[in-house]
Design a protein around this ligand. Structure first.
Ligand SMILES: [Zn+2]
Length: 145
């Protein structure tokens, strides 16, 4: 069931700030342009940036890097909330780092690690929060269930 996007909490704003700081620090034209941050259900924040690759299919999204860092540290601590932000390329006029939606593969990944995760997404003038299930209707499953 689809819900209207909810307003951001202070903790959500902090997550956007963490993702923004990560990509500001590690931005490289054509290589790193997306930052992500997630808050585990234990309350810890992890950041990631995308790993682009000369061989395109080896590229890894920022959300997956953040999740990997969290998993190595804590094991399966769940995802309370996750967000990705995109840094503009040098030729873009709009210089703002803005919230972007997770790609399809990341939606699968987020759902697999926490089907109740909250996701911060673009929502008109200010970002909003939706449950991951709303971003992935009729999710692929093996066999029954
Ligand atoms: Zn992705």
């Amino acid at each position: 069931m689809k819900h209207p996007a909810k307003k951001l909490t202070k903790a959500d704003q902090e997550l956007i700030a963490a993702a923004t700081a990560a990509i500001k620090q590690r931005y490289r034209d054509d290589w790193q342009e997306v930052g992500a941050a997630l808050r585990t259900r234990t309350g810890k924040v992890y950041t990631g940036v995308n790993l682009d690759a000369y061989l395109g299919r080896m590229a890894v999204c920022a959300e997956a890097v953040a999740l990997g860092r969290a998993f190595v540290d804590l094991g399966d601590a769940g995802i309370d909330t996750i967000v990705a932000v995109r840094h503009p390329a040098p030729e873009e006029k709009d210089r703002s780092i803005a919230v972007v939606s997770p790609c399809g593969a990341c939606r699968e990944l987020i759902f697999d690690y926490d089907p109740k995760a909250r996701v911060i997404v673009p929502n008109g003038r200010t970002p909003g929060v939706v449950p991951i299930a709303d971003l992935l209707p009729n999710k692929y499953r093996r066999g029954e269930g």
